[in-house]
Design a protein around this ligand. Sequence first.
Ligand SMILES: [Zn+2]
Length: 238
Amino acid sequence: MVRLFHNSAPGRQQELVLREWEVLRDRLRRAASARVADAADIVRTAELLPGQGDGAARRDYVWALDAYQAAGKLLDEAADLPDLAAVVVLAERAVERLEMARARCEGRRMPAQLVRCFYNPLHGAARPVPVCTKRRRRPGPRQAAADRRPACEACRNAILAGQLPDVLPALLPVQEAKRRTVRVLVPYYSVPQQWSLWAATACGAYDEESPGLVLSGEHRRRASGREAVTGSSRGAVR
Ligand SMILES: [Zn+2]
């Protein structure tokens, strides 16, 4: 479980924040490299010949190649944990999309698309949200909070118990005083979207545009605009 530091972190506490971040970054970088290497083996052997497959199959195929290329680019340029999480997500989605293209070409049933946990897309599949029926009583506040976003079993249970789910953190500079900026770990989705490509898309899990945006350098443009923010933006879980 990652501890999120909501308050000012002078001296020793700031040191702890940065050390914890570095440990997470190194661990995640190893996982992301491995995932890109796995995807490389699959992408290398995937081929869609001219005239093969319908338009949808070709679109899936091109999207998969872009996602794989974007994952490799991000791995080289990653500055924070959500960038590395996005490497994993895009590499995995490239493989999933290739499988979809193949299924279309072969006329097979399409594989179900994986919906990832919003709180940490590295947790894998989200648990399906129970469908509202007349029988189901009106949800209470915790139930409503748990239903708000796709969540894995563990994150959903944490929310239902009134606890903080095991969120993916991001390192955010916070201006404490006129000349003092500290860095704090906050939930990645709390980072303002103009500073992070990943805050609204669960690290590329929920949108189709991420590969193209990464290849055009949008992730770097947004990250460079990340400036020290006032204490009001600190990492409360929304
Ligand atoms: Zn989760």
